[in-house]
Design a protein around this ligand. Structure first.
Ligand code: PLP
Length: 415
C-alpha cells in the first residue's frame, strides 16, 4: 500500500503566483483593451550576449566531432569551469579551492536540495520575508510543524524579521537555531547585507555550530564596492557557511540553467569531522543528479572570460537602469521605495496603509501594472509590494508613466 509524503499537505497552498494569475485573468477579461505591464516576476528578458552565444555554440560543436565529444562529465562539474569559478572569487580576494565547487543546474535546485544533508530535527531560521523555496523545502522534508494561517508562520521555524528599522536585514536569532538561510542581495526586498551584519551571523554560527546557507544569486548586481558579494569575504565563514550562486541573473541563464554551490572542506557541524559535509553533498549530487549540460558549461566558461564578464556587466547595467527608472518614477509621486540600487528589485511601502493585495488590485486596475504582493514572501512582507526591474525598457517606461499619471494617491496617503 503506497502512501504519500504527508508533509506536502502541510504546505500553505502555493498561493502567490497562481493568485496573481487568477486576478490578472479576471481583470483582462473584463478589460480586454488594457495593455498589461508585468513587473511581477523575477525572470530575465534580454537576449544572451554574443560572446556567451559563441561559448554555447562551441559546446554544441564539440559534440559533433568524436575527438572532442564528451558524455557524462566530471562529477562536480567541468574542471575548467570550477577552476574558472575559483579564479573569479580569487579576483575578489576570496580563496576557494576548485574542489569545493559543485556545478549544478541552478541555485533554486541547490537551495532546495542542500537541506537534505542535515538532520531532521535541525531548527531552521529564515529571513521574513524570503524567497519561498527555503521554507517550502524544509516543510516537505518534515522540519516544520503546522502552518498557522492567522500568523502566516509554520511552527518550529524561526522567522527573522526584516523591517524598515533594521534596513531589511535581520539581527541574529535570540534562540539557538541550526540552519540559517540568508539571501543577499535579497529577493524580495532588494536589501544587501553589510559586512558587519554578515559578520554577526558568521560569529553566531561559529558559536552555535550552526550552518549558514547563503544565497548569493544577485551578487553581480552589487554596485557598491563596500558591500560583500560572497559570505567568504567574512573571516571564519569557510567553517560555517555554504554559498549558492547562479548564472541565471548574472548572465541571463534563467532558461539555460547553470549554477554552483560551494561547500568548503573546512565546514563542519556538531557531529561531523571537517570534510564530511562536503563529501555528503558530493554523495547527494552524484546519487540524485548527473551534472549540468556540457553545452551549458561551455557557456558558463564564456561568461567567466574577460569579454564575457564585460558583456554581463552591460546586461546587468541595463536592468539596473530599469531599476533607477522605476525608483525615480515612484519617488516622484511620493511613494516610499527601498532596494533597486544594488539589486534588481524595488520594495515599496504600500501607500495609505493598504494591504499588499489591496495595493495589487489598485495598481492593476488603475495603471495596468502587475507587481507582487509582499505578503506572499512571509508575514513581515505585509504592507509592502515588490516590483522587478527585469523587463524591456519600453515596458518599464510605460509602466512607470502609467503609475505616475494614473495611480490615485490622496495627499494624506503619501508617505
Ligand atoms: C532567481 C533566484 C534563484 C533561482 O536561480 P536558478 O539558478 O535560476 O535556479 C535562486 N535564489 C533566488 C533568491 C532567486 O531570486
Amino acid at each position: 500500500m503506497a502512501t504519500i509524503n504527508n508533509n506536502y499537505r502541510k504546505l500553505a497552498a502555493g498561493y502567490l503566483f497562481p493568485e496573481i494569475g487568477r486576478r490578472t485573468r479576471i481583470f483582462q477579461s473584463e478589460n480586454p483593451h488594457a495593455k498589461l505591464l508585468r513587473l511581477g516576476i523575477g525572470n530575465t528578458t534580454e537576449a544572451l550576449t554574443p560572446g556567451i552565444i559563441d561559448g554555447l555554440l562551441r559546446g554544441v560543436k564539440k559534440l559533433s566531432d568524436v575527438s572532442t565529444y564528451t558524455g557524462y562529465g566530471d562529477e562536480q562539474g567541468n574542471s575548467a569551469l570550477r577552476k574558472g569559478l575559483a579564479e573569479f572569487y580569487a579576483k575578489r580576494g576570496v580563496t576557494i579551492s576548485p574542489d569545493d565547487f559543485f556545478v549544478s543546474d541552478g541555485a533554486k535546485p541547490d537551495s532546495g536540495n542542500i537541506q537534505s544533508i542535515f538532520g531532521y530535527d535541525n531548527i531552521v531560521a529564515v529571513q521574513d520575508p524570503a524567497y519561498p523555496v527555503y521554507v517550502d523545502t524544509n516543510v516537505i522534508f518534515g522540519r516544520s510543524g503546522e502552518f498557522n494561517s492567522a500568523t502566516g508562520k509554520y511552527s518550529r521555524f524561526v522567522y527573522m524579521k526584516c523591517t524598515e528599522e533594521n534596513g531589511f536585514f535581520p539581527s541574529v536569532p535570540k534562540e539557538k537555531v541550526d540552519l540559517i538561510y540568508l539571501c543577499s542581495p535579497n529577493n524580495p526586498t532588494g536589501a544587501v547585507a553589510a559586512r558587519e551584519q554578515l559578520k554577526s551571523f558568521v560569529d553566531y554560527a561559529l558559536a552555535n555550530k550552526a550552518v549558514i546557507i547563503f544565497d548569493a544569486s544577485y551578487s553581480e548586481y552589487i554596485a557598491d564596492p563596500e558591500l560583500p558579494r560572497s559570505i567568504y569575504e567574512i573571516d571564519g565563514a569557510e567553517k560555517c557557511a555554504i554559498e549558492i550562486n547562479s548564472f541565471s541573473k548574472f548572465a541571463g541563464f534563467t532558461g539555460v540553467r547553470l549554477g554552483w554551490t560551494i561547500v568548503p572542506e573546512e565546514l563542519s557541524v556538531e557531529d561531523s569531522s571537517p570534510g564530511e559535509v562536503r563529501t555528503m553533498w558530493f554523495r547527494r549530487q552524484t546519487t540524485f543528479f548527473n551534472g549540468a549540460s556540457n553545452i551549458v558549461q561551455e557557456g558558463g566558461l564564456a561568461v567567466l572570460s574577460d569579454a564575457g564578464l564585460q558583456e554581463c556587466r552591460e546586461l546587468i547595467g541595463y536592468y539596473m537602469q530599469n531599476a533607477s527608472i522605476i525608483r525615480e518614477g515612484l519617488e516622484s509621486i511620493g511613494l516610499k521605495v527601498y532596494g533597486g540600487d544594488n539589486a534588481p528589485y524595488l520594495w515599496l511601502r504600500t501607500p495609505g496603509g493598504l494591504s499588499s493585495w489591496e495595493f495589487f488590485d489598485k495598481l492593476l486596475e488603475e495603471t495596468w501594472v502587475i507587481g507582487t504582493p509582499g505578503s506572499g514572501f512571509g508575514p513581515a512582507g505585509e504592507g509592502y509590494f515588490r516590483l522587478s526591474a527585469f523587463g524591456h525598457r519600453n515596458d518599464i517606461q510605460a509602466a512607470v508613466e502609467n503609475i505616475i499619471q494614473r495611480l490615485t494617491l490622496d495627499n494624506q496617503e503619501k508617505l
